[in-house]
Design a protein around this ligand. Structure first.
Ligand SMILES: [Zn+2]
Length: 352
């Protein structure tokens, strides 16, 4: 009994330590505000569709009840207690596919398989929250007129969110901890390997309908998941309220709020929601990087702090309360693709 208790204590300690290591081992962040060529500005699509996207032409479905989700991608069959992801020396998070006595077979950010030695990586068996900084590497996402790239602000914001959550005692794993490409499938693999209680993908937005009297924050949820809907409503509520303190010329889509986007057959259009069924997931579009006044805000470290803290408050309320969230809106049908990217084509894995 004593030995069992000691083993349990050791495992708990390991999970706490490894959760901390994620924060500590991340490589130095890429340069903030790295300037990109004018040609790329505001022309790169903002949100991740799948490499083979369906369109949003179908009518909005009955929320939370009727749409049958596709079965989630099955996580690899691993013995209980086996690490679900490992973190490389450079801080790259690698979902585990198989284990033997001296190696892990893992999935890389670009979706390839590789084998890593046990001694070279840090195993992680559990996380309460997975956070996703959208885009990365050669996929900058949308770029503001001030040169601010979406990939940069996304990582800055989720690093704040992660720090707040870890201080509150929640284990956090980031899908990417540096400036490198990552496929949408590999991001979902991290989620499906860890099965956290909440997953949030963070982006700013682009291509608004027009001026708006308040922040045009949008959060998307999984159509068939009431938990996902509540998570998205709470993140929306916190972020919209936090940004409302700034007096700028906001822009928005007319249906800004917490909402859904169906693809063909009524399933979720966005890959980070469709590929993560079984985990309460939200795609958060915090503000419009394509709007110069908002891009100026987003470039400020203090505003990135405010956004990251707001996302964290939404997640913590989701985890610790029954609060319903707010901002729920019926979206108008969308037919335009959300943009390419997120596939393995041209993807180069970072140094491990
Ligand atoms: Zn994006």
């Amino acid at each position: 009994m004593g030995r069992l208790r000691a083993t349990v204590a050791a495992l708990l300690l390991l999970s706490v330590v490894t959760a901390g290591i994620i924060g500590a081992r991340r490589p130095a962040r890429h340069e903030k505000g790295a300037r990109l060529s004018a040609a790329t500005r505001a022309t790169v699509p903002t949100t991740d569709a799948d490499p083979s996207p369906t369109t949003g032409a179908s009518a909005p479905p009955q929320v939370t009840t009727t749409a049958k989700p596709a079965p989630p991608a099955p996580p690899p069959r691993l013995a209980s207690g086996t690490p679900r992801v490992v973190v490389s020396a450079n801080g790259v998070v690698l979902p585990v596919l198989a284990v033997d006595s001296s190696t892990f077979r893992v999935r890389t950010p670009c979706g390839a398989e590789m084998t890593v030695g046990r001694a070279t990586v840090t195993p992680v068996a559990h996380a309460t929250v997975v956070l996703d900084a959208g885009h990365g590497g050669g996929e900058a996402g949308a770029v503001g007129s001030n040169g601010l790239a979406e990939k940069t602000v996304n990582l800055a914001v989720v690093e704040v969110t992660s720090a707040v959550l870890q201080r509150a005692g929640f284990g956090v794993v980031l899908t990417r901890g540096g400036d490198y490409r990552m496929t949408l499938a590999s991001r979902a693999d991290v989620v499906n390997s860890l099965r956290p209680r909440a997953f949030v993908s963070v982006h700013p937005n682009a291509e608004p309908d027009g001026p708006f009297p308040r922040p045009g924050t949008e959060t998307y949820y999984q159509i068939a998941s009431p938990d996902s809907k509540r998570l998205a409503g709470l993140v929306y509520e916190e972020v919209e309220r936090a940004l409302s303190q700034y007096q700028v010329d906001w822009v928005a889509d007319t249906d800004a709020g917490a909402k859904y986007r169906p693809g063909q057959g009524g399933d979720d259009y966005y890959a980070v929601l469709r590929r993560t069924h079984g985990t309460a997931s939200a795609l958060a579009e915090l503000a419009y990087i394509s709007d110069p006044p908002e891009a100026a805000l987003l470039s400020r470290a203090d505003v990135q702090q405010v956004e990251g803290q707001a996302v964290a408050r939404g997640i913590i309320r989701y985890l610790t309360t029954d609060d319903p969230g707010s901002g729920y809106t019926v979206p108008y049908p969308r037919t335009e693709p959300a943009g390419g990217g997120g596939g393995p084509e041209g993807c180069t894995d970072p140094p491990m």
